[in-house]
Write a protein that binds this ligand. Sequence first.
Ligand code: ZN
Length: 431
Amino acid sequence: MIHDPRAETLDRAAREALQLERLRATLAWAVERVTFHRARLAGLRLDSLADLAGLPLMRKSDLREHYPFGLFAVERRELARIHASSGTKGKPTVVGYTAGDLDVWREVMARAMTAAGCRAGETLHVAFGYGLFTGGLGFHDGAERLGMAVVPVSSGNTARHILLLQDFRPAGFCATPSFALHIAETLEQQGGDPRGLGLRYGMYGAEPWTEGMRTALERAFGCPAYDVYGLSEIIGPGVAGECEAREGLHIADDHFLPEVVDPASGAVLPPGREGELVLTSLTKRAIPMIRYRTGDITTLTDTPCRCGRTTARMARVKGRSDDMLIIKGVNLYPSEVEATLLDVEELVPHYQLVVDRSGTLARLEVQVEPATAVVERCGGFDPRHPTLVALHRRVGERLSKAIGLSVELTLVAPRTVPRSEGKAVRVVEKG
Ligand SMILES: [Zn+2]
């Protein structure tokens, strides 16, 4: 089922014509209303979509430097909502929405959620955080737009999630992948069965995750896991989402124009080439974003999808450009380690990368837990037990082969890798 067949199945010529028209309007709006854009873009002309590549890129630091409202294109009284990032690296990044912007957000969320199986009359359990973070309210508003009943539980408080999931029996569930697995694991420890919750679909996002994580989530809950992508600087969740084909995420590209650039040079890369996703808002009024570097590493494809939607699609995000580790000269994303670890049934899907920069070259230690059943078979956790020694060797070899780098692998005792009730912390610095 397609939420808005007219917008989601436009043929290429009609889509590009609409994008160019909206891009020109956005540029004019930004130049007229925002000093920052006027200084960079005044006098520029767009004869085709390809001319976009000649415009300067925006970064997260531009938002911080114009804190709080310097990039806003509307008066304060025209705003309907303000969100902000957590601001762990200094001042938060602040984003605003007009009533019309919120309407676009609800609509693109409704598209992504319909693609994942959400239907009017069903109940959705929201385990994304509510508040300044856009995750909770994004799914909440999208579900209401679809005519669903929303249970706005928010993140944290695992016990309450379990109680409500068991007693309300929602059709759908949404969370960060790591928090979802934590809920499943906790329920299992209480003797319950997450598959018995009767969930029919799960929607996951807000942190990069892999096909291995998808398998783990689907095994845990016994229902399909869909990837929903977004970021508050562009609108929040709903920029893109997977359909039943699950061969990339459909981008709402009548509202957000995607490009992929070389993270080092900023040069635009052709479809199929991996690089950093750059997005331009096409309809947003409160805070137009022109060529915004998302930091997310992905590839684009414009080949037709068997679901019938004709939008551009992006591959699931491999990682964030600032999460990339350089270990002994090799570029590595935590998701590449995850892909190998989650493929091993004798391990639980919780892991952590410990980076030690005390020497001249950074060293990487990968910590992962053996599955409870394996530990029980060994009569307790003892890394010297032959079964665990063999497991350690096998996983170590697979990991080194997969990432082209010899890493220090440590099997740690059950429940020692920190569990997340929000976004998982995959990489920690030693010392
Ligand atoms: Zn599709």
